[in-house]
Design a protein around this ligand. Structure first.
Ligand code: J9Q
Length: 239
């Protein structure tokens, strides 16, 4: 998989070259390119935005800069992803879909956005997704790209040391992960739940599912509403 990011803050994307993602690059599992949008400006001030038609606060990013940038960075197999607070929600399901793509290009815009004609023009040549990572306001799309790239790349074969954990993730079975524990057995007078030291794997599995159901019910009841009927057995409903 190849990933390209176009941004006015290329240094913001340096974390993509660290740790797990950095090792995936070294091992040839992914190629990542980061491009400075200002390389496609034409004026001495290297302007990338301008005042919005119709008035209003902030600035809008210029189509004459974004157009040539995407013409050069995008290819035949590109899916263009534009982080925006007005986008569709980014989910684990979408992360899996993106992990199957050959080439992802992320266009990082500022809060007030990129001239809509850039998206409309690109959509004539490639799939374009406008995506939100959550209902809060960021200054620009760069942080959202770091989130999405990590969620996608960890799903690629060979990236995670233990591939099973991608299946056992939160959300993969529709529930939140329950609590986890490690040594010592007692820490600041708090003991690890006995069941986890019982060696009875059926009981442990049941306890973990009960914890996941209770936590999901408490923190994300919306996820329970989405679960298919057959996903909860009669014991689950009693939790
Ligand atoms: N707030 C933002 C500003 C600029 C570009 C993306 C966002 C965003 C993406 N997901 C939530 O917010």
């Amino acid at each position: 998989m190849r990933i390209d990011v176009v941004t006015i803050f290329p240094e913001y994307l340096q974390p993509l070259r660290a740790a797990l993602l950095g090792r995936a690059i070294e091992r040839g599992l992914i190629d990542i390119g980061v491009h400075d949008l200002r390389d496609w400006t034409h004026d001495v001030h290297r302007a990338v935005d301008d005042s919005p038609y119709g008035g209003g606060p902030g600035m809008v990013m210029k189509p004459q800069v974004w157009g040539p940038a995407l013409d050069e960075v995008c290819g035949e197999d590109t899916r263009l992803v534009v982080p925006t607070p007005a986008g569709k929600p980014f989910t684990q399901q979408l992360a899996h879909a993106y992990a199957a793509e050959q080439h992802l290009v992320f266009a990082c815009g500022r809060y007030e956005g990129i001239d809509q004609r850039v998206v409309d023009d690109a959509a004539e040549r490639m799939p374009v997704d406008e995506i939100s990572i959550g209902d809060y306001v960021l200054v620009g799309g760069e942080a959202a790209v770091l989130v999405m790239v990590e969620a996608v790349v960890r799903l690629l074969p060979g990236v995670l040391g233990n591939p099973v954990s991608a299946e056992q993730d939160s959300f993969s079975d529709g529930l939140l992960e329950g609590p986890s524990y490690t040594r010592p057995e007692v820490w600041r007078e708090r003991a690890v739940p006995d069941v986890l030291r019982s060696g009875n794997h059926a009981l442990i599995e049941r306890w973990r599912r009960d914890q996941a159901l209770a936590r999901t019910f408490d923190r994300r009841p919306d996820l329970l509403e989405r679960l298919p009927e057959e996903h909860l057995d009669k014991h689950d409903r009693a939790v």
